[in-house]
Design a protein around this ligand. Structure first.
Ligand code: ZN
Length: 203
């Protein structure tokens, strides 16, 4: 299983990090060991002093595919959840300047807490899925799938030119604006619509 993450998929977030809005989807991978399930806590690692949350809709791949055409992409996922793309922003900023790979800042153990998944049939309109995240009871992020620069179908068509998608792979679709730091003792809660999906304590 692999986790494919899309970067800079919301205009306002690209702006807040002073990144240009991309012409093609920006993607990177996290390994299976990044996943945290069942609302287990996240343990703040020693290699960073500036871990940020990024709250993202996550699509679960349900069919093997390569070179998938956009018009057929919707048959390659069957469920939607929500997750955090935890990012060691201090390391990432250093790597960006030096032109180094992002993995140490993005792919570390525990960097991808994810919720349970809701079947796609529960969603009337995939281009209008609101989601939000509260830190210690205060809303930090609000997003809607309709604001993504690249739709899930476009992402699948693009990424599958490079990678074979396999059953159980997860696609993090990028964060809206409002990213910020976490600290030990924080509690993060993420919602899809009005449904609490993911609750994560930082230890
Ligand atoms: Zn992200």
């Amino acid at each position: 299983m692999k986790i494919i993450c899309i970067g800079r998929n919301y205009t306002e977030h690209a702006k807040e990090l002073n990144n240009p809005v991309p012409e093609r989807p920006v993607w990177f991978l996290k390994p299976e060991t990044a996943v945290i399930t069942k609302n287990r806590p996240f343990y703040y690692p020693e290699f960073s002093q500036d871990i940020h949350f990024e709250t993202e809709l996550v699509f679960r791949v349900s069919k093997v595919g390569k070179y998938i055409e956009e018009q057929f992409a919707s048959s390659y996922y069957d469920a939607i959840g929500i997750g955090y793309d935890f990012t060691a922003r201090d390391l990432q900023s250093e790597f960006k300047v030096k032109g180094l790979p992002w993995e140490p800042a993005k792919a570390f153990d525990g960097s991808a807490p994810i919720s349970e998944f809701l079947p796609i049939s529960q969603f009337a309109e995939l281009n209008d899925i609101p989601f939000r995240m509260f830190k210690n009871g205060t809303q930090m992020q609000y997003g809607n799938s309709g604001d993504m620069l690249f739709s899930i179908n476009r992402i699948i068509a693009y990424v599958s030119q490079f990678l074979t998608l396999k059953i159980g792979d997860l696609i993090f679709t990028g964060t809206p604006a409002g990213v910020g730091p976490i600290e030990i003792g924080d509690k993060l809660e993420a919602y899809i619509g009005d449904q609490l999906m993911l609750s994560t304590e930082i230890k």
